[in-house]
Design a protein around this ligand. Structure first.
Ligand code: IDP
Ligand code: MG
Length: 158
């Protein structure tokens, strides 16, 4: 168990479909802590860096174009095992195959336009957070009053 930070993107389709509040509420209700948030039309170069591991894939040019076609909401979320928790909440990449109860499974029908991104490991989380939030100045260190009710502090946050 470790407290982690992860990068979440509410992709252009989530913003265009008016699902920002719905998706953000799922993360808040789960107990993940919001530590940074911005809505922006990021330049293509931001997504070229973000999707660098997929550079050789045939869908890469279309993916960069889609992500820079409309505003995106970038979030930094924090919690115990936050990376895995968020990935589970997102569901499978292909929204048509994503399990009911997941964000993609409940709200989407597309493989490429799949509403949400979440970092897939500690190293990608660190580089993705730096890409969207620069240095730590844009991330808020704070303690929600709900923390001792969300966690067993002695067991899970010691
Ligand atoms: P993930 O978002 O579930 O981690 P990745 O395999 O990392 O999935 O792919 C990054 C993004 O690229 C996906 O979320 C999706 O938007 C897009 N993508 C992945 N595979 C395909 C594909 O085969 N066709 C079209 N778009 C794809
Ligand atoms: Mg991925």
């Amino acid at each position: 168990m470790a407290v982690q930070r992860t990068l979440v993107l509410l992709k252009p389709d989530a913003v265009q479909r008016g699902l920002v509040g719905t998706i953000l509420a799922r993360f808040e209700h789960k107990g993940l802590k919001l530590v940074a948030m911005k809505l922006r039309s990021f330049p293509a170069s931001t997504f070229e860096r973000h999707y660098e591991p997929h550079k050789a894939k045939p869908f890469y040019p279309g993916l960069v174009k889609y992500m820079s076609s409309s505003p995106v909401v970038a979030l930094a979320l924090e919690g115990v095992d936050a990376i895995e928790v968020v990935r589970g909440m997102m569901g499978a990449t292909n929204s048509r195959k994503a399990a009911p109860g997941t964000i993609r499974g409940d709200l989407g029908m597309s493989f490429s336009n799949n509403l949400v991104h979440g970092s897939d490991g500690p190293e990608s989380a660190a580089s993705e957070l730096a890409n969207f939030f620069g240095d730590c100045a844009e991330v808020c260190n704070w303690t929600p009053i709900s923390t001792p009710w969300i966690y067993n502090v002695a067991e899970e946050l010691a």
